[in-house]
Design a protein around this ligand. Structure first.
Ligand code: HEM
Length: 458
């Protein structure tokens, strides 16, 4: 054969191979895609009934049958669940262009106001979250702690020598007072009701604007609050934040932190008050710290409260207020399940993971339904053994909670005060979970009998 012909045949061969590859990539995979197994139920009604029983009940039933990756067809949506640290890395780490929050969390827009957080494309949202990060840096947190401690002292000084209270209600009130003090400063001009409602109230933009101008022009000394941080924040192009945006950011902060923190402080209390040896360990720790530091409670002293930290963290493992995290997928991706099967998840699926379910996986946590704060202690560290996404009450990765340190400081400030100053006893039954709330919390009242004490130290 002449050289030219050989060349042509070669070219034809290469072109055929390329075309075959393209066809296999573009057409074949649709039929050969290894889709995750689907939850079986009667179309529409059957699936709705399963889902209405509660997503966590559905996960409990399906995970043992279908494994760590599976799809639920709900009306015209496909929801693919990635459950457990072995499969959820992509959920937490994927760039916004592949898995985004915007569409699935749009329902927040009317609350925060237009142009804030989920009403903006990712680059602007990222800048707004940078304002949060700056406002919650350690040096700022140190100043907030003083306000948290003062607020707790003032609040509990109004309790009598002894009495009975609904702890859930008390902590809801205290958390909103503390949060508004840290957010808005001592003046708290924003019209928060004297008996705050369970939901953070949304001030009108006029009222908020007035407060913002006052804050700016009348303060003689630098203010140590989130509002001041937001006022001082600037976008990369030097543009300052507007009053409306600042209001929205403040409301986003209140919203993200209020229910979540008050629910967690109530669960921490319910578990401590029924926790026997864990309660004693937490009180002993307070005694040791008082011997070392006297009555001083500041950022450094709170940071030494490791036993209390683990007690709160364990309450939050069992009862994460955000039970389901969602993303909308914009690009196909593959995931290898814990069981070793490779699946392809098509774009346009909603992708979900569940802190409430994943935090109780028995191959990660020993006796997962038992309250055992020591599981996080030296030598066990069950929250780390299976990697970064073993403990996901605060999410993780790209969108991990920015308020986590703030929340722990606030709850520790409250509980260290209670442990030092009161004997307490739970007089209502151990509370149940209120699965119907959007931020899943405690059902009914949590009645507690208290008596003042002063913790004796050696
Ligand atoms: C116990 C209390 C809290 C819990 C359990 C909690 C939980 C979470 C979770 C699970 C996420 C991730 C959501 C997702 O991936 O879709 C998140 C994000 C976030 N949290 Fe928290 N949170 C708490 C307190 C706070 C507080 C006090 C603040 C503010 C002061 C805050 C601000 C935020 C913000 C700004 C984000 C969004 C981060 C991003 O998307 O980049 N949180 N939180």
């Amino acid at each position: 054969m002449e050289a030219g012909k050989i060349w042509n045949v070669g070219l034809l061969l290469v072109a055929t191979l390329v075309a075959a590859k393209l066809i296999s990539v573009l057409i074949m995979p649709r039929s050969k895609r290894r889709l995750p197994p689907a939850v079986s139920a009667w179309p529409v009604v059957g699936v709705l009934v399963r889902f209405m029983k509660g997503p966590v009940v559905m996960l409990r039933e399906e995970y043992p049958k279908l494994g760590s990756v599976f799809t639920l067809k709900l009306l015209n949506k496909n929801i693919t669940f990635l459950i457990g640290p072995e499969v959820s890395a992509h959920f937490f780490k994927a760039p916004e262009s592949d898995l985004s929050q915007q569409e699935v969390y749009q329902f927040n827009v009317p609350t925060f106001g237009p142009g804030v957080v989920f009403d903006f494309d990712y680059s602007v949202r990222q800048e707004q979250f940078r304002f949060f990060t700056e406002a919650l840096r350690v040096n700022k947190l140190k100043a907030y702690v003083d306000q948290m401690v003062t607020e707790a002292q003032e609040y509990f000084s109004k309790w009598g020598e002894s009495g009975e209270v609904d702890l859930k209600h008390e902590l809801e009130q205290l958390i909103i007072l503390t949060a508004s003090r840290c957010l808005l400063g001592e003046e708290r001009h924003l019209p928060l009701p004297s008996h705050p409602a369970p939901s953070p109230p949304r001030p009108s933009s006029q009222e908020a604007g007035r407060h913002i101008r006052n804050h700016h022009s009348f303060s003689q000394t630098p203010q140590n609050d989130l509002l001041q941080c937001f006022i001082d924040s600037k976008y990369k192009n030097g543009r300052p934040t507007t009053e409306a945006k600042i209001t929205g950011l403040l409301i986003a902060a209140l919203f993200a932190g209020h229910h979540t923190s008050s629910i967690t402080s109530t669960w921490s209390g319910a578990h401590l008050l029924t926790g026997g040896k864990h309660m004693s360990a937490a009180v002993d720790e307070q005694r040791r710290l008082m011997e070392k530091h006297g009555d001083r409670v500041d950022y450094d002293v709170l940071s030494e409260m490791e036993v209390l930290y683990r007690c709160i963290k364990e309450a939050l493992r069992l009862h994460p207020p955000l039970i389901m995290l969602l993303r909308s997928s914009h690009a196909d991706f593959s995931v290898k399940s814990k069981e070793g099967v490779e699946y392809d998840v098509p774009k346009r699926h909603i992708v979900a993971t569940s802190p409430a379910f994943a935090n109780r996986l028995p191959h990660i946590y020993k006796d997962p339904d038992t309250y055992d704060p020591d599981r996080f202690g030296p030598g066990r560290e069950e929250d780390k053994v299976a990697g970064a996404f073993s403990y996901v009450s605060f999410g993780g990765g790209r969108h991990g909670c920015l308020g986590e340190p703030f929340a722990y400081l606030q709850i520790k400030a409250i509980w260290s005060h209670l442990l030092r100053n009161f004997e307490m006893e739970l007089v209502s039954p151990f509370p149940e979970i209120d699965w119907n709330a959007m931020v899943v919390g405690v059902k009914g009242k949590v009645m507690v009998r208290y008596k003042r004490k002063h913790l004796p130290i050696n």
